[in-house]
Design a protein around this ligand. Structure first.
Ligand code: ATP
Ligand code: MG
Length: 247
């Protein structure tokens, strides 16, 4: 047990979750590495939601509210860390969840289905797709196989996405919302809206704004949002924060 007073309590609890889901077979080995990369960037950000992240969260909520056919795409890390929030968002938007795995094996799919089965009450009424026979063009990996819902969606929320796939989705004409602590990743740079924040901090805020923004407010927020400018502001914030830090 990690004591609550531990200075790195939150971070260690997330690690425990990641390890637990790895051991259950839901998360791939590479997911452990991806988490570590995220942690490093979170250290530099200061492990809090910045004003820039908040701006992109509001823009993301706005885009989701105004979209006709949104979809939430999840991988092992997202299931491990933020599944409750994904469920809440999916219910609010009345949108399907797509399970999309980089390392897709029968074993992993089985482990994920078992986990969903254990949580079937919360999942009631939600459509969950495990990919399908529709193909994302310009993509080599297994992740190109998607469901009909995903294929015809207009906006996809894809937390912790891979650069290749984010790029291919944009080429398909989709609006892509991502959550990624690394503002320099290809995913961050190509996405329509990039939330540079930790997924467990960003998701409850995203849910809150989807609940509270009106369509008119959403339209106004989107009009003034500039993703490239936001990413540049975050990079500036990170470098200034580092320059000011004293040991
Ligand atoms: P890209 O493929 O976009 O160029 P990458 O190859 O550097 O990025 P991936 O391993 O494909 O990185 O994606 C994992 C991304 O998810 C990393 O950029 C990492 O910072 C981010 N990440 C990991 N854990 C979290 C988390 N808990 N919250 C937010 N972001 C996270
Ligand atoms: Mg990648």
């Amino acid at each position: 047990m990690i004591p609550k007073s531990h200075p790195r309590y939150e971070s260690l609890m997330k690690r425990e979750k990641i390890i637990e889901f790895f051991e259950r077979g839901i998360l791939a080995k590479a997911g452990l590495i991806a988490h570590g990369r995220g942690e490093a960037f979170d250290y530099i950000i200061g492990e809090r939601t910045t004003e820039y992240a908040l701006k992109s969260i509001k823009a993301a909520a706005s885009l989701l509210i105004l979209s006709k056919k949104p979809v939430i795409s999840v991988n092992g890390n997202t299931i491990a860390l933020a599944f409750n929030h994904v469920i809440e968002l999916s219910k609010l938007l009345n949108c399907p969840i797509e399970v999309n795995l980089f390392y897709k094996t029968e074993e992993r799919l089985r482990a994920i289905k078992k986990f969903f089965d254990e949580n079937k009450e919360e999942l009631e009424g939600i459509k969950i797709n495990f990919g399908g026979s529709y193909i994302i063009p310009n993509l080599e990996s297994n992740r190109r196989f998607v469901s009909e819902d995903f294929y015809y969606s207009d906006t996809v929320l894809v937390p912790l996405e891979d650069g290749d796939r984010a790029e291919a989705l944009i080429k398909m004409g989709k609006k892509v919302i991502t959550i990624d602590l690394n503002p320099l990743s290809r995913t961050s740079r190509v996405s329509t809206i990039t939330i540079v924040d930790e997924i467990t901090r960003a998701m409850p805020l995203l849910v809150r704004y989807v609940k509270t923004l009106s369509r008119k407010e959403a339209e106004d927020i989107l009009k003034s949002y500039d993703n490239k400018k936001n990413l540049e502001d975050i990079l500036k914030y990170m470098s200034e924060r580092l320059a000011k830090l004293k040991l």
